[in-house]
Write a protein that binds this ligand. Structure first.
Ligand code: FEO
Length: 170
């Protein structure tokens, strides 16, 4: 039996992760429309990873015999004026998700819910990686984005990203 607050936050996180998937699909759609298929591929895979994250929270609650309530997924409503705007929005979003994971961790810590803390450990590490990836994308765009040939090469590099299932299995 999970603590009420911990349960509520874990359940909300299912929605937040599905929203993240939706947001990254929107990013992918932006780049596809600009003819940058490599960037579109990178964010499509990011969307798949976010869906995996949502399913991990979903499965964790089910394994704990706790109810799952699915909520409406918000519309991604960010407006982009440049490629960099998209990348910046990605970093901002990941920093927000890190704060959400930390909030759940804090709530679990307060009630000595060690199982939930152990489950969340994977997400704490994952968020570190996601922020690093988002920062790397910004650095690369700063370095190469203004030169068409370099942008083409960067797009080729991002086309090589392939999906791998999460290392956490429940
Ligand atoms: Fe599920 Fe990008 O954090």
């Amino acid at each position: 039996m999970l603590n009420k607050k911990v349960h509520k936050l874990l359940n909300q996180q299912i929605n937040k992760e599905f929203y993240s998937a939706y947001l990254y699909l929107d990013f992918s759609n932006y780049f596809k429309a600009k003819g940058l298929d490599g960037f579109a591929n990178w964010y499509m895979i990011q969307a798949q990873e976010e869906r995996d994250h949502a399913m991990l929270f979903y499965t964790y609650l089910q394994n704990e015999n706790m109810p799952v309530e699915l909520d409406a997924i918000a519309k991604p409503d960010k407006v982009f004026h440049s490629h960099m705007d998209v990348l910046q929005a990605g970093l901002e979003h990941e920093m927000y998700v890190t704060s959400l994971i930390n909030d759940i961790y804090g709530a679990a810590y307060d009630v000595r819910d060690f199982r939930t803390m152990q489950f969340l450990d994977w997400f704490v590490k994952e968020q570190g990686e996601e922020e690093t990836n988002a920062n790397d994308m910004i650095s690369k765009m700063e370095l190469f984005g203004s030169d068409p040939k370099s942008l083409y090469m960067l797009n080729q590099e991002l086309a090589g990203r392939i999906y791998t299932a999460p290392s956490l299995v429940l």
